[in-house]
Design a binder for this molecule. Structure first.
Ligand code: PMV
Length: 361
């Protein structure tokens, strides 16, 4: 419980600013159990350039307006953005059992993303990660501060309750969320970073160029997609496969086997979309340009043997994965052959060295 008296007088009572990166999964989380628990473990690359920057102002809530359970105000890029409030209310509902003070305060969020708005890049992982960090920081200011490890674990725990993939964005590098027999520290409740010693240098600065093929909201949300894994005829086999893929990926990461990494990433990406295409009702998030990119990547790899691979999230955009050593030829190929397929809209990113980070106000 918070000691309310510790808040300084005057408004805003507490102000904090955190940034959080986005991430892209290699082994995908698709399907969940009650309580935002994953049906299978997942592993992702935390990105460097794609980040959300959030400032949170917290002040004691006046007794007058109790029409809504929470008092939340959101600004995106300096403009009021009330459209985000229902998602944040849902997040607050889920963390309220651990943060009972939420109803007693007014929260004002000022948020912005480093990547273009409506680019199709999911901002929920970075956005909920940044908000979770602001809240835990507020708690820390009002009670005995947590150790750094426990702070990050609590942030990841909260972030997971907002959006499963957000739990992984808290840590830099390559991150695991979900119980996995070979990693004793792993948990369904929060993510853990894979130890650097277990990751070959080739993966530590892996490049990810995101081709922005679709802009705006997806036709089927991730929430609806997860729900369609309930009763999906292939779900049990898929969950078992993902568990096996996590173990295989850990071995690949240790060995530095970029070819095996690419093969696994591509198979995971197409399996994710196969689950959508075979759900009831079935749906497709690919666009013709998505398939054109995948075919061009395969053709390029066959002709040049340059290690260029892809993965996809739950949308039409393509993440191109390649080692730093292949940057020159891959960038040239992207500029000449792939750029026309996404009207030149792309973000050059890489595996990040920073997770959530406190920023100066
Ligand atoms: O975190 P959610 O509920 O938006 O689900 C994310 C699902 C995928 O991005 C498709 C896969 C993943 O593991 O990030």
């Amino acid at each position: 419980m918070l000691d309310i008296a510790c808040l300084p007088a005057g408004k805003p009572a507490y102000r904090t600013r955190w940034t959080c990166p986005s991430n892209i999964a290699i082994v995908k989380y698709w399907g969940k159990r009650e309580g935002q628990l994953p049906a299978n473990p997942s592993v992702s690359l935390t990105l460097e350039a794609c980040r959300t920057d959030t400032t949170l102002e917290v002040s004691p809530r006046g007794g007058e307006e109790k029409d809504r359970p929470y008092r939340i105000e959101v600004h995106l890029d300096g403009q009021p953005a009330p459209g985000f409030i229902p998602k944040i209310e849902q997040f607050f509902d889920r963390i309220a059992p651990y943060a009972p003070y939420l109803r007693d305060y007014a929260f004002v969020l000022h948020t912005s993303n480093s990547f273009p708005h409506s680019s199709g890049i999911a901002s929920s992982a970075s956005g909920l990660g940044a908000l979770a960090a602001c809240l835990v920081d507020f708690e820390n200011a009002c009670s005995a501060p947590l150790t750094q490890d426990n702070f990050l674990r609590r942030v990841s725990f909260y972030a997971r309750l907002g959006s499963g993939s957000a739990s992984r964005s808290i840590y830099p590098g390559i991150v695991l969320w979900g119980e996995c027999s070979s990693v004793p520290a792993s948990s369904d409740l929060y993510a853990v970073p894979l130890p650097e010693a277990d990751i070959h240098p080739v993966f530590r600065d892996l490049r990810d160029t995101v081709l922005l093929i679709e802009h705006g909201a997806k036709s089927v949300s991730s929430t609806a997609g997860h729900a369609l894994m309930k009763g999906h005829p292939y779900a049990p086999a898929r969950f078992a496969q993902a568990r096996e893929h996590v173990e295989r990926l850990r071995e690949i990461l240790r060995r530095g086997d970029i070819e095996a990494f690419g093969a696994l990433a591509e198979r995971e990406a197409l399996t994710l979309h196969a689950m959508m295409m075979t759900a009831d009702p079935c749906y497709i998030l690919f666009k013709p340009a998505t398939i054109a990119v995948l075919e061009a990547v395969w053709q390029y790899r066959k002709e040049t043997l340059v290690p260029l691979y892809f993965t996809l999230d739950a949308g039409a955009n393509v993440h191109l994965l390649y080692p730093a050593s292949a940057e020159v030829p891959v960038r040239e190929f992207i500029a000449t052959a792939l750029s026309p397929l996404c009207q030149g809209r792309m973000i050059h990113d890489r595996v990040g060295t920073q997770g959530v980070r406190k920023a100066a106000l």
